[in-house]
Write a protein that binds this ligand. Structure first.
Ligand code: PEP
Length: 249
């Protein structure tokens, strides 16, 4: 049985003051018997604030990107070891915004995944098609190629730490959501592909859905057999919305 994971992606939002208010509301609202795993992925300057405010809570924290380099003269980069130093549990890799605005290709995403795993971080590898690709019937081919690049470089036993997020690009931040059936179809394709690497471990890999998940659509998405949680953007910035999604999981 896969424990669901509800992960907030704060993107480039927040401040010490607003994060403190959000995290305090999340802690207060979460209670003690949370069925799913809860995670917030904060901008790098706020990871230690998350560590300070969440270390005695049931909420984990993580980053939104990681450098492909180990250390050295890479101005502005943040290494996997540094994220581990901030006690991050997870790191988002290959988000469509990184792919679109920073030219991240499948091979780079795969190498970043290796770096994260080597530092003990659990990578949340994002895959997803654009609207044009979907309308051309390329959805499965695109997400398969994105996932395969990662599967080609990791060891089979690393599946135990891998999380995949299916995020149709046309649904991110747009208010448009894949129907539960559309999302389930792609999740099943991804699960089959994971099984080619290792059947037993593939059954335990969490595949999250992301793309305008909100309190009013979370329950039906999360009810699908291969949807094991959500990667939440906009709704993760509002405690009431994020908590409602956590409760739906
Ligand atoms: C995201 O950024 O990963 C995301 C899913 O955003 P939103 O929920 O705002 O669509």
């Amino acid at each position: 049985m896969r424990r669901k994971l509800i992960a907030g992606n704060w993107k480039m939002n927040g401040s010490f003051a607003s994060n403190e208010a959000l995290l305090s509301d999340l802690r207060a609202g979460l209670g003690s018997d949370v069925a799913c795993e809860v995670l917030v992925c904060a901008p790098a300057p706020y990871l230690m604030q998350c560590a300070d405010l969440l270390s005695d809570s049931d909420i984990a924290w993580g980053a939104q990107d990681v450098s492909v380099h180990i250390s050295g003269a890479y101005t502005g980069e943040v290494s996997a070891a540094m994220l581990a130093d901030c006690s991050c549990s997870y790191v988002i890799i290959g988000h469509s915004e990184r792919r679109a605005y920073h030219g991240e290709l499948n091979e780079l995403v795969a190498q970043k995944t290796l770096r994260a795993l080597a530092s003990g971080l659990k990578p949340i590898v994002c895959v997803g098609e654009t609207l044009e690709q979907r309308e051309s019937g390329l959805t499965n081919a695109v997400v398969r190629a994105q996932l395969q690049a990662v599967l080609d470089v990791i060891e089979a036993d690393a599946l135990a730490d891998l999380v995949v997020a299916y995020e149709p690009v046309w649904a991110i931040g747009t208010g448009k959501t894949a129907t539960p059936q559309m999302a389930q179809e792609v999740h099943a394709v991804l699960r089959q592909q994971l099984a080619l690497k290792n059947v037993t471990s593939a059954a335990n890999v969490r595949i999250l859905y992301g793309g305008s998940m909100k309190p009013d659509n979370a329950q039906e998405l999360l009810a699908m057999p291969d949807i094991d949680g959500g990667l939440i953007g906009g709704a993760a910035l509002k405690a009431a919305d994020f908590l409602a999604i956590v409760r739906a999981a």
